[in-house]
Design a protein around this ligand. Structure first.
Ligand code: GYE
Length: 359
């Protein structure tokens, strides 16, 4: 009881949003239940005593964002987008932590946000696993959590919502495009995966492998993590080149890995892209990745849109207003292919498409 009361006194504004939300949305009612119980159990006059002070300080919404790191161009664009959206001018105080791809640092950041009594916590989880305890701690503290970009394997009642791209679909799109492009030709495939245990890695791998399983003429020779970095992509590709002499497809699970893989192939005299021996598939479709696609160096680039902060802000504003929120928001992607390729799964790159890309 003592803990519950402390929770109530610490977050009048948060509690109000949860109660309001619970009243209007079935999915969120469940999520908000512990905080609502807290409200009901606490003596009304004690809550009233504390409320005015909390409300006076409550005009600015305090958001803690535990970001993965700064491993890629995608991540840089995503971070910038959060900083622009959750600005003081927009009524927010954003506390930003770059976890540098370290799970322990990310967990610690979330615990610090809980201690600091943030109004909301956004987590872009490095890995899917290991979140139950800290999410429970946030819920016990009455702080709504938004899982953003990647997903977690925790009980969904421990967080408000998940916002991100459909990584499995991205993998399927890459696979479907390859099948269409090869049209029955054999493929010896090397995969440079993203960070081990990340939903972006797991989903893209699952989706691609699902299509690969339908093609007995395809062989996945090897699949290693390049940790979503350019250096990682280069290192993995260099080791692939030492081990395999007969491959015609390299799948890079993000653009930065593709840049590293291209450097490694350049150094080894291996040609790639529309005029080369090796087909390159990449993910993200960031500006530079699309430049390489326009140049015909990357054959197919499956988009993952990093501009997701608006969706998070929308959820927070709805919770503040006591409105219903969606338990899941899928950020819609498309795929792009090099000039000269036409595909039912992707848009053929043009200078105009590239000029329209802000990140
Ligand atoms: O593809 C990669 C980044 O989680 C979707 O993380 C994101 C991935 C993105 O490092 O570039």
């Amino acid at each position: 009881m003592k803990r519950k009361l402390a929770v109530l006194l610490a977050g009048t504004m948060v509690m109000a949003s949860l109660v309001g939300c619970g009243g209007s949305d079935a999915a969120s009612t469940e999520t908000a239940a512990p905080a609502e119980e807290t409200a009901e159990e606490a003596p009304a006059e004690e809550a009233a005593e504390e409320a005015p002070a909390e409300e006076a300080a409550g005009d600015t919404i305090k958001v803690g964002f535990a970001q993965v790191g700064h491993e890629s161009d995608w991540r840089a664009a995503n971070t910038q987008n959060y900083q622009d959206t959750f600005s003081a001018a927009n009524g927010y105080e954003l506390s930003f932590v770059d976890a540098d791809n370290d799970n322990a640092v990310q967990l610690e950041a979330v615990r610090t946000f809980i201690q600091q009594e943030m109004d909301y916590i956004c987590i872009a989880p490095i890995e899917t696993a290991g979140w139950d305890t800290v999410l429970q701690e946030a819920q016990d503290a009455g702080i709504p959590v938004l899982i953003v970009d990647r997903s977690v394997d925790a009980d969904p009642s421990l967080y408000e919502t998940q916002i991100g791209c459909d990584m499995v679909l991205e993998g399927e799109t890459a696979g479907n495009w390859l099948a269409e492009y090869l049209n029955g030709e054999a493929a010896n495939i090397l995969v440079i995966e993203g960070t081990v245990g990340a939903s972006a890695t797991l989903g893209r791998t699952e989706g691609f492998n699902k299509v690969a399983a339908e093609h007995s003429e395809w062989t996945i020779l090897d699949s290693q993590s390049g940790d979503f970095t350019q250096a990682g992509g280069q290192e993995v590709m260099e080791s692939f080149i030492k081990s395999y002499s007969d491959f015609n497809v390299v799948v890079c699970q993000n653009d930065n890995e593709a840049y590293g893989a291209m450097d490694a192939m350049d150094a080894a005299g291996i040609t790639y892209g529309v005029d080369g021996d090796v087909i390159i598939i990449s993910y993200d479709a960031t500006h530079d990745g699309l430049q390489y696609t326009l140049d015909g160096k990357i054959n197919c680039n499956v988009e993952c849109n990093p501009l997701q902060a608006e969706f998070a802000a929308d959820v927070i504003q709805k919770l503040e207003a006591g409105e219903a929120i969606d338990p899941v928001t899928v950020v819609v992607d498309q795929a792009f292919v090099a000039p000269g390729i036409t595909s039912q799964y992707a848009t053929t790159m043009t200078q105009e498409v590239l000029d329209g890309r802000a990140y």
